[in-house]
Design a protein around this ligand. Structure first.
Ligand SMILES: N[C@@H](CCC(=O)N[C@@H](CS)C(=O)NCC(=O)O)C(=O)O
Length: 213
């Protein structure tokens, strides 16, 4: 039996977007709990009582509160294995996790809201320098992904979406928002197009979120 889930998230949060994609791929219903990051709602005591790290996404399921998008997606994949988001073989799983972590561990943390705020508020960098920082690290990360995607297709790892695609799409969407050039990344662009033609990816799109502005 399906136990009701709640996803605390923000439409523009790319880590939240990853989880929304996974939930949509698995066709799992959930209550959308908006947490407005720019209004600092993730810093409020109510949210702090649920979340130790104060980040979105946070998944509430079966009395538990789960943080970290990658851990949440793997949890969902174990509980609801169809369709699988990780390959059946160990080498395939290592490859998919490597792609996903290139985004989630090497790229996204450098461009997180708190990092950008720290640059501007504490280190007194200009808006322009902050955007240069953003574009640099986003581009470095996506180029590393591009190199690993040689021979891939139509998705990051074969014929169906995996954890890696859950990570690629939000990162590309961020890159587009910050006008990072994707010119030198044909594989990343092609996989992004394939994903965006898939109904689950469309359903998870930030523009379709209840808190979209
Ligand atoms: N590693 C975490 C990262 C979560 C994260 O960075 N969330 C961002 C939004 S994408 C956040 O809540 N940022 C709040 C802040 O930076 O103050 C995950 O994958 O879930």
């Amino acid at each position: 039996m399906l136990v009701a889930m709640k996803l605390y998230n923000y439409f523009r949060s790319s880590a939240s977007y990853r989880v929304r994609i996974a939930l949509a791929l698995k066709q799992l219903p959930y209550a959308y709990m908006p947490v407005h990051l720019l209004k600092g709602e993730h810093k409020r005591a109510e949210f702090g009582a649920l979340s130790a790290d104060g980040f979105v996404p946070l998944l509430e399921h079966d009395g538990a509160h789960l943080s970290q998008s990658m851990a949440i997606i793997e949890y969902l994949d174990e509980l609801y294995p169809t369709p699988p988001l990780l390959p059946a073989d160990a080498l395939g799983r290592a490859r998919v996790r490597a792609l996903a972590q290139t985004v989630a561990c090497d790229t996204h943390p450098l461009n997180n809201l708190r990092v950008l705020k720290y640059l501007v508020r504490e280190l007194k960098t200009s808006e322009e320098a902050k955007n240069t920082w953003y574009r640099h690290w986003c581009s470095e990360g996506l180029q590393a992904l591009e190199r690993q995607l040689q021979g891939s297709g139509p998705f990051c790892y074969g014929a169906s979406p995996t954890l890696a695609d859950c990570c690629l799409v939000p990162q590309v969407s961020n890159a587009q928002r910050f006008e990072v050039s994707l010119e030198a990344m044909p594989r990343v662009r092609a996989i992004y197009e394939t994903c965006m033609a898939h109904p689950a990816f469309q359903a998870a799109d930030p523009a379709r979120c209840p808190d979209a502005e």
